[in-house]
Design a protein around this ligand. Structure first.
Ligand code: GDP
Ligand code: MN
Length: 374
């Protein structure tokens, strides 16, 4: 779950990282209250995408009148598909230098990775493309964490020196500690501003918490307002369900198999209505899964594609059979099954007249045809 900039900044500030003075507003009247006696301010759209500066989502104001104008222009403005519902108003910093610091997960190594650059203010993607030699990258053993001297060494190699070096190192250690303590996937400050008077301030803040760990952190927003109603309902059953725009309901065990299933459907001219994974701890929940899928009124047919491993096909088949017997499968369903428990699973479903295949391309073609017939 990605936090808004103002939410990430709250977390950063609570953990000792300096942030600019200011506050968030959702109406021009609120903005006036936040503005108070800040003087020159920056007005920043609060949306869950980066690159707001370039997209016109960041404005400056020196007077209450200018503030009013900026806030009115930004509220309701759309940035790459995201509507601006609130703005963050902050004292304008006098920038001497912009640094980049970030922490993320290096899955392939089972480690964290700290990134730093003396060339902040540019997106890390763009930085990596155009100035790869100006990013310092250091893998961190999460059992050990990041020590202050290591942080200082990373920043020194990134070209930071003088008084700023120790201050930046202190901030980087805190950023790493937040990353770890909050089960984050990313914590990032870009830019970490060195002001003309030598202080360091997090001018921007990005933070992404692992969806599965959000519940461990009651102090952050719990409700993800970007989920659809069905996605929220699926979560109460621990089902990984993503709603999509098409007409074919998809259930599969494993994210990779589901992705392939979506490709197969598109190859044969069909469009998936969702992505739903029943595997690991949820493979015995086929009945719940099918009910969620069928709650989407656009679904014309269902494709169940399973490869039995620990999540056995016969257990999944039993769940589907339950749903059929209870009269809950109200649309045509095609199933493809291979692997562990497939033979038993096929028997169970064949007895209920479910068209069943071993080849998921043939099954996919069939289900696309059924969905088109409507
Ligand atoms: P992003 O474009 O979504 O990453 O938004 P940022 O918060 O990083 O702002 C983009 C750029 O706006 C920064 O890199 C700065 O150059 C500029 N900016 C942001 N806040 C301030 C500020 O307080 N003072 C000044 N002078 N520039 C700022
Ligand atoms: Mn930024």
């Amino acid at each position: 779950m990605r936090l808004f900039e103002y939410e990430a900044k709250e977390v950063f500030a609570k953990n000792g990282i300096p942030i600019p003075k200011g506050g968030v507003a959702t109406t021009p009247a609120e903005a006036e209250g936040v503005y108070g006696d800040l003087g020159s301010v920056v007005v920043k759209s609060q949306v869950l995408v980066g690159g707001r500066g370039k997209a016109g989502g960041i404005k400056f104001a020196d007077t209450p009148a200018e503030l009013k104008e900026s806030v009115a222009a930004l509220l309701g403005f759309e940035i790459r598909g995201f509507k601006v519902g609130s703005v963050l108003i902050e004292e304008k910093l006098d920038i001497e230098k912009e640094l980049y610091v970030g922490v993320t997960v290096e899955r392939s190594q089972g480690k964290a990775v700290v990134l730093a650059s003396g060339k902040g203010g540019i997106d890390i993607e763009e930085l990596a493309r155009n100035y790869p030699d100006q990013i310092v990258k250091e893998l961190i053993d999460v059992r050990r964490g990041l020590r202050p001297y290591e942080a200082a060494d990373i920043l020194r190699r990134a070209g930071v020196s003088g008084k700023a070096l120790n201050r930046a190192a202190g901030i980087l250690v805190k950023l790493y500690d937040i990353f770890w303590a909050y089960d984050a996937e990313v914590t990032e400050i870009n830019p970490l501003v060195v002001t003309k008077d030598g202080s360091l301030v997090a001018a921007d803040a990005k933070m992404n918490i692992d969806d599965e760990a959000v519940g461990r952190h009651p102090e952050v927003r719990q409700e993800d307002s970007f989920l659809t109603e069905l996605e929220k309902e699926a979560r109460t059953h621990n089902l990984g369900y993503v709603e999509m725009g098409g007409t074919i309901g998809v259930i599969g065990n494993g994210a990779g198999l589901n992705m392939t299933t979506l490709d197969i459907l598109r190859y044969y001219g069909g469009e998936p209505a969702n992505f739903l994974e029943v595997s690991g701890r949820t493979y015995m929940k086929a009945e719940e899964a099918i009910q969620i899928v069928l709650k989407n009124p656009n679904v014309k047919a269902i494709f169940g594609n399973f490869f039995g491993s620990i999540s056995r096909c016969d257990v999944i088949a039993k769940g589907l059979a339950e749903a059929i017997k209870k009269g809950k499968v109200t649309k045509p369903m095609v199933v493809s099954m291979r692997g562990n428990g497939a033979e038993e699973g096929k028997k169970i479903l064949r007895a209920l007249d479910v068209p069943i295949y071993e080849n998921d391309q043939i099954a996919g073609e069939k289900v696309v045809e059924l969905a088109k017939r409507g």
